[in-house]
Write a new protein. Structure first.
Length: 238
């Protein structure tokens, strides 16, 4: 049986912390809670989490905790940290990111958005740590997890949403993202996205590209990431 991804939730309010943990468990993660940063360090002695959700409270030493986490001591960890800030606490959340957090949410927190933020933070972390073996691919605001067959799009306001793609759309996007910044001919793209001998005419690839742009480009009428070089093919860029 596959081991579930472990998320550590740090919240000085037991009820709120348990609520966040419940949302994560409903999303398929294993979640444990700590009700102070001191107790969180004890948890880190027992087992290293894959990601951390920190309910922001500067009065409780969150800055010191983040510095410890991103330092070089016994508690050092590269696990992504998602900060949960109270409404009106955006400035503190941004400051936490400069200290070592990876992303932030403003309360009230919705389960699907929390799952998406954790997922994207972990994808980015995987890409940083093991780029040659990463299942996480990124091109601009587009994030793709090949193993889970999931795609997320990050908007300019920081919102992250999952993107529903068909099997062929996913194959096409994965093929281009695997060769980011490289121009691919229509035939090469068909073979890598759908498999050699697939019943797809390379001349009809434009229709697939059009539908894909409608789903992943911030402005499909003016595509910035999936670009075309007439006579050459297609490529994806940041």
């Amino acid at each position: 049986m596959a081991t579930k991804t472990h998320i550590l939730v740090i919240d000085d309010d037991k009820q709120t912390g348990q609520g966040l943990a419940n949302q994560l468990e409903e999303a398929g993660y294993k979640a444990t809670t700590a009700h102070s940063t001191e107790k969180a360090l004890d948890k880190l002695r027992e087992a290293r989490p894959d990601a951390i959700v920190l309910d922001l409270n500067p009065e409780n030493g969150d800055d010191e905790f983040l510095n410890t986490l991103r330092g070089e001591g016994d508690y050092a960890s590269s696990a992504p940290v998602i900060v949960v800030a109270p409404k009106g606490g955006e400035n503190e959340a941004v400051a936490a990111i400069s200290t070592g957090a990876d992303d932030f949410l403003v309360k009230p927190v919705r389960g699907p958005e929390l799952k998406a933020r954790v997922e994207v933070a972990m994808l980015k972390n995987t890409a940083r740590e093991a780029p040659s073996h990463a299942v996480a691919l990124r091109a601009g605001p587009i994030f793709l997890n090949a193993d889970r067959r999931e795609v997320y799009l990050r908007f300019e306001n920081g919102e992250i949403r999952p993107v529903n793609l068909t099997k062929r759309e996913f194959g096409l996007l994965r093929a281009m993202m695997s060769r980011k910044n490289q121009m691919m001919s229509r035939r090469q793209l068909v073979d890598e996205a759908f498999g050699e001998g697939a019943p797809v005419d390379p001349l009809n690839l434009g229709a697939y590209i059009h539908r894909l742009r409608e789903k992943v480009e911030p402005d499909p009428s003016n595509p910035r990431h999936i670009v075309t070089d007439r006579g050459m093919g297609f490529k994806i860029v940041d």
